[in-house]
Design a protein around this ligand. Structure first.
Ligand code: ADP
Ligand code: MG
Length: 264
């Protein structure tokens, strides 16, 4: 079981720390409390802007349960990517809490150090960006296997498990037949499917996708979206999905709309 040092800076966090102790002490307690894999509370993020600061995320609260999807829509510059970067541990918010509930632990992503954040991105948080960012010379299977090597060189039996999981996920995304093909030879839609499978390799609790289909034609884009939403449901992963396409947002279980960094 993974535990994380609990902070007790003020009354609020003391309450949260008490909850965290309950979660880690009993499995049943964890299951009931962990249904929301992601809980953001009053998150504010600003960037330096000349003499002052620009508010990119303005007091946003939201939660996403396991197996459910939340679509985030909003015009360009409304703070969608900033919000996702906070949930991804890629940006630290100015204030607010970002609770990640996994089967093993409850942790405030706004307060983890870089090393722990990197660990969580390997094991609990899968991320799919606009571009698939694959290594062209690897096969689809190797692309997925490489994820498991990031945490250190796996043993021979672990390698067999990794290969089985990679092949399972390639089946899930409809690319079982393409496991041995180099990704350079795949279509845009297929590459993004590999990126989805790669994001699921660590069996994450949370899957984050930032306009993952904006580089695709509408047909393969819709197929990738259906895949993301369906896979989240089947694998019990919480999905936060950014899109500017209202039709796609309608397929998610819930939806928020951002304007100037705030939920409207
Ligand atoms: P969206 O993804 O909805 O287009 P972003 O989160 O990228 O919105 O941007 C929200 C606001 O924050 C915008 O005003 C943008 O210009 C600003 N912004 C985003 N990233 C940075 C950054 N690294 N430095 C300064 N300002 C930024
Ligand atoms: Mg964006």
């Amino acid at each position: 079981m993974t535990t994380y040092p609990l902070h007790t800076r003020d009354a609020d966090t003391t309450r949260d720390a008490a909850t965290a102790r309950t979660v880690t002490s009993t499995r049943d307690g964890a299951d009931s409390l962990n249904r929301s894999a992601l809980q953001m509370e009053s998150v504010v993020l600003t960037y330096p802007d000349g003499e002052g600061r620009v508010t990119a995320v303005d007091d946003v609260s939201l939660s996403v349960e396991r197996g459910r999807s939340l679509a985030v829509t909003g015009p360009s510059g409304s703070g969608k990517s900033s919000l996702l970067a906070v949930a991804a541990t890629l940006t630290t918010p100015d204030s607010g809490q970002v609770w990640l509930n996994t089967p093993d632990t409850r942790v405030d992503l706004a307060r983890v150090d870089r090393r722990r954040a990197a660990e969580l991105r390997r094991s609990e948080i899968g991320i799919v960006f606009q571009q698939a960012n694959l290594i062209e010379s690897l096969t689809a299977r190797e692309q997925l296997e490489a994820m498991a090597w990031l945490g250190g060189r796996p043993s021979r039996s672990a390698r067999a498990d990794v290969r089985r999981r990679a092949d399972h996920l390639l089946d899930v995304v409809g690319l079982g037949h393409a496991a041995e093909r180099s990704v350079g030879a795949l279509s845009g839609g297929q590459r993004q499917r590999v990126a989805v499978a790669r994001a699921l390799m660590g069996q994450p609790s949370l899957l984050l996708a930032d306009e993952p289909t904006s580089a695709l034609d509408s047909e393969s884009g819709a197929a990738v979206m259906d895949l993301l939403i369906g896979t989240a449901r089947e694998e019990g992963v919480a999905l936060m999905l950014i899109t500017h396409d209202a039709g796609i947002a309608d397929r998610a279980d819930a939806r928020i709309h951002l304007v100037d960094g705030a939920v409207v």
